[in-house]
Design a protein around this ligand. Structure first.
Ligand code: BGC
Length: 416
């Protein structure tokens, strides 16, 4: 090769590299399960933010609350060699992908530049890092031990938000007497499990930790677990006949419309109330599940980036956007969650959001923060799914409470 042609070859290689990297900077394809009205509004905030940075959004939504279906689609795509640029992921799924596949991109460069270590609480870093490396960007913190109550239905039922299990039952009874469905629920395994998070935490925080995080056999099969299942059976009596298979956002809609009194659901439900134009304190009331005040069962939505032979500019831009404090405020105000960063002001948040932020900070400081079993932050997917099966079988009357507690021990042991 002559010197001249060598130069030409080098120049075209540079042009190719630039073109390739510009093309990569243009787009991110993002797999997520944010398909309800409130969730889609939150996706819009992210999409718009990226567009201001010149990063286009290729949407890959997979319907199905809790993300079980999204994880199935993601696995199929990755196995087929067609990984998306980025994917929404929860807790132990992130750990699992990081440790078994080696396909998650390393985000250390952007994390170091933007100082993530100092602003993300250790409870979240536990899921965002693998072998000391950042492999996920946490966009929020949700929690599952909430109850969303129609204000008018509560007023008609005496007006006092319940603080204990007994008060909860009194309010549910009054709502039934008033001719509405007391408890709006969708009979899907992850929704049953979401209520179970709160019921178990309400019986005792140490019990929750022993059963779901330590997977202690005595806790899984003992008297407190039988009591938890008894409470689930009691709650089952307050749902309507058509609950089976109903999506969670349709259950939220029942409360919004006033045909049901309350929904026990994570704070993504607030996104539905807001999307419907409802105002906390005026149209709906948010409380911690009775008996769980000061405690939080959390789950954090995080974005992982699939390694494309090194991180692309678009991936780095997305990671930086997701972690930007102004963005975290704007996004979480709409989503119903609270920021994953500890340095974001609560000024833009409504009363439920302010309470969520204060509760998270308080629980974090006082050791009252527990990973949500239902949303993949207490134990690996195999264990979680084993618990789902037993909880749902019991909720649908296949087991009595004592049998369910026994089955829970067997299921968790077999899944480990
Ligand atoms: C996610 C939320 C989502 C909810 C319902 C949870 O697992 O963390 O972001 O809104 O599922 O789909």
């Amino acid at each position: 090769m002559t010197k001249k042609s060598g130069l030409r070859a080098t120049a075209s290689a540079v042009v190719f590299a630039l073109t390739a990297s510009t093309a990569m900077a243009d787009d991110v394809e993002v797999l997520h399960w944010w398909t309800s009205g409130g969730e889609a509004a939150a996706v819009g905030v992210l999409k718009d933010d990226l567009e201001t940075k010149g990063v286009g959004w290729k949407d890959m939504p997979v319907a199905g609350g809790g993300g079980g279906d999204a994880m199935t689609v993601l696995r199929a795509r990755v196995v087929a060699g067609d990984a998306p640029t980025a994917a929404q992921m929860l807790g132990f799924d992130i750990k699992d992908w990081a440790s078994t596949t080696g396909k998650l991109g390393n985000l250390n460069a952007v994390a170091e530049k933007e100082g993530w270590d100092a602003v993300v609480p250790p409870a979240l870093q536990e899921f965002s890092k693998h072998d000391g490396n950042w492999i996920a960007a946490p966009v929020n913190v949700h929690s599952t031990n909430w109850v969303w109550i129609s204000k008018s239905a509560l007023d008609a039922a005496g007006g006092k938000a319940p603080e204990t299990w007994d008060e909860l039952i009194t309010v549910l009874d009054a709502m039934r007497a008033n001719g509405i469905t007391p408890l709006a629920h969708g009979g899907q395994a992850w929704q049953d499990a979401t209520i179970f998070d709160a019921v178990v935490l309400g019986i005792g925080a140490d019990f929750y930790k022993a059963a779901f995080i330590d997977m202690d056999e005595d806790a899984l099969g003992g008297a407190q677990m039988v009591e938890a299942f008894d409470r689930m059976a009691t709650l089952r009596t307050y749902v309507d006949d058509n609950f089976s298979g109903r999506d969670w956002n349709l259950a939220s809609a029942m409360v919004i419309e006033g045909t049901a009194g309350m929904q026990m659901m994570g704070d993504w439900a607030k996104g539905e109330f807001l999307k419907a134009g409802q105002v906390p304190g005026e149209d709906f009331v948010c409380i911690r599940f009775p008996g769980t005040q000061g405690k939080v069962t959390f789950n954090s939505d995080q974005f992982v980036m699939f390694d494309q032979g090194g991180a692309s500019e678009a991936q780095m831009a997305m990671a930086a956007s997701v972690m930007n404090p102004t963005f975290q405020s704007a996004f979480n105000v709409v989503k119903g969650s609270v920021p994953a960063r500890t340095d974001v002001s609560d000024a833009a948040f409504d009363d439920c959001g302010k309470k969520g932020m204060a509760d998270f900070a308080e629980a974090n400081a006082a050791g009252g923060l527990y990973g949500s079993m239902a949303h993949g932050h207490a134990n690996p997917a195999a264990v979680k799914n084993a618990i789902y099966d037993v909880v749902t079988a019991h909720f649908n009357g296949e087991y009595d409470s004592a049998t369910a507690a026994e089955e829970l021990v067997n299921a968790v042991l077999a899944a480990q």
